[in-house]
Design a binder for this molecule. Structure first.
Ligand code: KG4
Ligand code: ZN
Length: 343
C-alpha cells in the first residue's frame, strides 16, 4: 500500500559506454540511491572498449542494479514517477540496451521514459551537490568523447563557445597512456604516473593557444608524447616525466581557454564536469584561476565526474519538470550536437 506519492521520483539509467549506472532522484528528498557497475576488467585485456562486449554487459547488469537502487532507497516501484535514460551520444548498441530497458519499464509501470543527452547529464551533475551552481554559468565539459566550452543560460539553453577539432582531452589522456604502456582506463593511470615525474624535464606545446578562439586540438599532443618517448630512454622515470609533461600541457591548455572564455563572457561562475574533471592537477590549476579571475568553480563529487546514473536521473527530473514529451518509439543518437537540444 503506497502511503506517500512523491511529486517526482526519477529512475536514471546510463549505458552510453562502459559504465552501467543507475540511480533514483526524488524532487523533495534529493538523491535517494545510486549504483555503478564498471566494465573495466571486461575491456582491460583488449586495451580499450569493445562495443559488443559493452552492450552484453549492460544487458546483464541493468536489472540487478535497478533492483539494488530500489532496495537501497527503501521505496516501492509504484512510487517511481518517471524514467530517464541516456539516448546519446555514445555507442549505439550500449545506448539501445538502456533505451529498451527504460521504455519497457516505463510502459509496464505506466510512467514516462525520457531520452537524455549524455553531456547534459554531465553538465547538470554539479547540481546534485550543496550548494549547487546557479545559472548562468560557463561550463567546461571534459570527457572521453567531448571537450566543450559552453555558455549556459538555463536547462537546454546551451551556446557552444569552443570544442575539440580532433581528439577529446580524455581520449588524448587514454591514447597517451597506451603509448606509455599503461593499462586501460588510461586517464587515471597517466595522472598517477605523472605525480612521479619531473615537471621541469620536458615542455610540451599548448595546442591552439597561440591563436584566438576557444576551440581545442589534442591529437598533436599525443603524437608529441610518442615522439618524445621514442627519442628518450624507456625507464619508468622517463615515462613519468613524459606523463607529467603531457598532463601539464593538457591542463594548462584547458586553463588558458577557460580564462579566455571567462573574459569573453564576463561570467563569474565556472562548472567543470566529465571524467577529466576528476583530475587533481586540473583542480589545482583551476583553483589558481578562480583566485586570479575572482570566480567560483563548481564540480560534481569525484565519483560523479565519470559516467553515472545520478546525473541522468537528475537531468530527467529537470527535463520532466519542463514537460518534455515521451512516446514509446525507441530512438538513440550515437551523434547528437548539444546545441540542438529542446529549450
Ligand atoms: O565522462 P566519462 O566517464 O566518459 C565519457 O563520457 O567519455 O570520461 C571518461 C574519460 C576517460 O578518457 C578517462 O581516461 C578520463 O575521463 N579520466 C581522467 C581521469 N579520470 C577519468 N583523465 C585524467 N585524469 C583523471 N583522473
Ligand atoms: Zn561521460
Amino acid at each position: 500500500m503506497l502511503l506517500y506519492k512523491p511529486i517526482m521520483r526519477i529512475l536514471g539509467i546510463e549505458t552510453s559506454c562502459d559504465d552501467t549506472g543507475v540511480a533514483l532522484y526524488d524532487a523533495a528528498q534529493g538523491l535517494l540511491s545510486h549504483a555503478l557497475y564498471s566494465q573495466t576488467t571486461t575491456h582491460a585485456v583488449y586495451g580499450g572498449v569493445v562495443p559488443e562486449l559493452a552492450s552484453r554487459d549492460h544487458s546483464q547488469k541493468l536489472l540487478p542494479l535497478i533492483e539494488k537502487v530500489i532496495e537501497d532507497a527503501h521505496i516501492s516501484i509504484e512510487s517511481i514517477t518517471g524514467i530517464a535514460y541516456t539516448a546519446g551520444p555514445g555507442l549505439i548498441g550500449a545506448l539501445m540496451v538502456g533505451a529498451c530497458f527504460a521504455k519497457t519499464l516505463g510502459y509496464a509501470w505506466g510512467i514516462p521514459a525520457i531520452a537524455i543527452h549524455h553531456m547534459e547529464g554531465h553538465l547538470l551533475a554539479p547540481m546534485l551537490e550543496d550548494p549547487p551552481p546557479k545559472f548562468p554559468f560557463l561550463a567546461l565539459l571534459i570527457s572521453g568523447g567531448h571537450t566543450l566550452l559552453v555558455e549556459v543560460e538555463g536547462v537546454g539553453h546551451y551556446k557552444i563557445l569552443g570544442e575539440s577539432l580532433d581528439d577529446a582531452v580524455g581520449e588524448a589522456f587514454d591514447k597517451t597512456a597506451k603509448i606509455l604502456g599503461l593499462s586501460y582506463p588510461g586517464g587515471p593511470a597517466l595522472a598517477a604516473l605523472a605525480k612521479l615525474g619531473n615537471p621541469k624535464r620536458f615542455y610540451f606545446p599548448r595546442p591552439m593557444t597561440d591563436r584566438s578562439g576557444l576551440d581545442f586540438s589534442f591529437s598533436g599532443l599525443k603524437t608529441y608524447s610518442m615522439n618524445t618517448i621514442n627519442e628518450t630512454l624507456k625507464t619508468l622515470a622517463d615515462k613519468a616525466d613524459v606523463a607529467c609533461a603531457f598532463q601539464e600541457a593538457a591542463v594548462d591548455t584547458l586553463f588558458i581557454k577557460c580564462q579566455r572564455a571567462i573574459k569573453a563572457t564576463k561570467l563569474n561562475l565556472l562548472v567543470v564536469a566529465g571524467g577529466v574533471g576528476a583530475n587533481q592537477r586540473l583542480r589545482e590549476k583551476l583553483k589558481e584561476l578562480s583566485t586570479l579571475m575572482n570566480i567560483s568553480i563548481y564540480y560534481p563529487r569525484i565519483e560523479f565526474c565519470t559516467d553515472n546514473g545520478a546525473m541522468i536521473a537528475y537531468a530527467g527530473y529537470r527535463r520532466l519538470k519542463m514537460e518534455a514529451n515521451s512516446d514509446l518509439s525507441i530512438s538513440v543518437k550515437p551523434r547528437w550536437p548539444m546545441d540542438t537540444l529542446e529549450k
